[in-house]
Design a binder for this molecule. Structure first.
Ligand code: ADP
Length: 409
């Protein structure tokens, strides 16, 4: 008898079926090739070994749960922080049996929408306690596991990563920013009172001394008063800057186009004075934002586009919005005096101006306020200009929102 095997056959993977003796003393043996079954077995074994290696070694917390939120299996890191020497001891347990009630409640609550609506949990920062009882933070992702019908959620797959260091740094940064803002507020608010005294007593002194004061001394007095006036303006600007985000106005879903139009209404007299042409087109979304701050942002950018123009030029300003790389991209472009490439890095910093106050009025805070507003809303801002006399285009992004608050806001 001869046997011929296909080239992918697994060695020895035959299963005898019949053995029929022949009259001449020989026999006929029939076998079936079970290579495919054998290979599937080997693949399963390898997958299982790899899977166990992952569960044993991964440092993130990985877990699968059934429809009752009980653990089907999890990894060793997760077993360790809950005081189990082997992850197999966790099978069948519920969060309330393994975590302190305070954190178990949080984890359990967030799973309800996963089971009810199939909505994943994405990047949620949760507290947790490690094996020594020390409090840390994890960034949690949980996805629904669907039954064969493709719609019923019959389990959850989750990964939580320790982000304690990052969260502590963010908290420290937020604290230090809050202190700095408080400092800027106090400086700008409280120092205006003594400054007013300097200015008004100099004015009174000059008036009081009248003819007795030399012409030069009178001029010096005027310098003092003028300096105090400018300092007061700077403090008012600083106050405005430090107030961004302090208004207490909650973020809501608002129409970005309506915010731009509101800014145009505020600027209407200036637009008329300059006989400016304003265009507004593109795809304007609903965004998750503070309405006042968005209006202020457009007002500052459009105000600058009107202001930084050669005297005889009719301002042409284009407002545009479109979706780009998963974000909303807004542009405010003008045909104004343009910006030298080397100066671009300075513009968004507090009190940075490229022009002296006698050419173009201003305090140098407008773009810093814009940056603060945009960053607070999870976006970034920049400017492009082909150079002096070539106009400028200020662009900023806002996170894409699908009728929901972006994570982290
Ligand atoms: P301010 O207008 O009060 O000076 P900003 O912070 O709004 O303060 O602007 C900072 C500087 O950026 C301005 O002094 C000006 O030099 C430059 N700048 C802003 N907008 C434009 C623009 N549209 N075109 C040219 N330069 C601009």
């Amino acid at each position: 008898t001869t046997s011929s095997w296909h080239k992918d056959a697994v060695a020895g993977a035959v299963h005898p079926i019949t053995h029929t003796p022949l009259a001449n003393g020989g026999y006929v043996r029939t076998c079936i090739d079970v290579s495919r079954v054998k290979r599937a077995e080997l693949d399963m074994k390898r997958l299982n070994t790899n899977f166990i290696a992952m569960l044993d070694n991964a440092t993130d917390f990985i877990y699968f749960k059934d429809a009752d939120s009980r653990i089907l299996f999890c990894n060793q890191a997760m077993a360790r922080i809950t005081g189990h020497s082997d992850w197999r001891q966790m099978i069948g347990k519920h969060d309330f049996e393994i975590f302190p009630p305070e954190t178990a409640r949080i984890y359990n609550e967030e799973e309800k929408p996963v089971f009810e609506k199939g909505c994943p949990v994405a990047g949620k920062i949760n507290p947790y306690y490690d094996e020594s009882g020390a409090k840390g933070w994890v960034e949690t992702y949980k996805w629904p596991v669907f039954a064969d019908d493709g719609t019923t959620v019959n389990g959850i797959f989750g990964i939580s990563r320790d982000v304690t260091e990052r969260v502590l740094l963010e908290k420290a940064l937020a604290r230090s920013n809050a202190e700095l803002e408080q400092f800027a507020y106090v400086v700008s608010h409280d120092l205006r009172q003594p400054l007013r005294m300097v200015s008004s007593y100099c004015t009174l002194l000059k008036r009081d001394m009248g003819e007795q004061m030399s012409e030069q001394a009178g001029e010096f007095m005027d310098f003092i008063v003028d300096g105090a006036r400018r300092m007061n303006e700077m403090m008012v600007s600083l106050l405005e800057y430090s107030r961004v985000g302090r208004g207490g106005e909650p973020m809501t879903l608002i129409d970005s186009r309506a915010m731009a139009e509101e800014a145009l209404r505020f600027l209407a007299p200036l637009i008329q004075d300059h006989k400016a042409h304003i265009g507004l087109d593109g795809d304007w979304p609903m965004v998750w934002a503070s309405a006042n701050e968005m209006t202020r942002l457009f007002q500052n950018l459009i105000g600058n586009a009107l202001k930084y123009q050669e005297p005889e030029t009719v301002p042409e300003i284009a407002l545009h919005c479109r979706r780009h790389s998963g974000e909303w991209l807004f542009d405010v472009s003008d045909n104004g005096i343009g910006i030298e490439q080397s100066q671009i890095g300075r513009l968004f910093k507090v009190f940075q101006r490229l022009h002296p106050a006698d050419c173009y009025e201003g305090s140098g805070i407008g773009l810093a306020v814009c940056r603060k507003i945009v960053e607070r809303h999870g976006g970034h801002i920049w400017v492009t200009s082909a150079g002096l006399g070539q106009g400028s285009s200020f662009s900023f992004t806002l996170p894409f929102t699908d009728g929901q608050a972006p994570p982290g806001l």
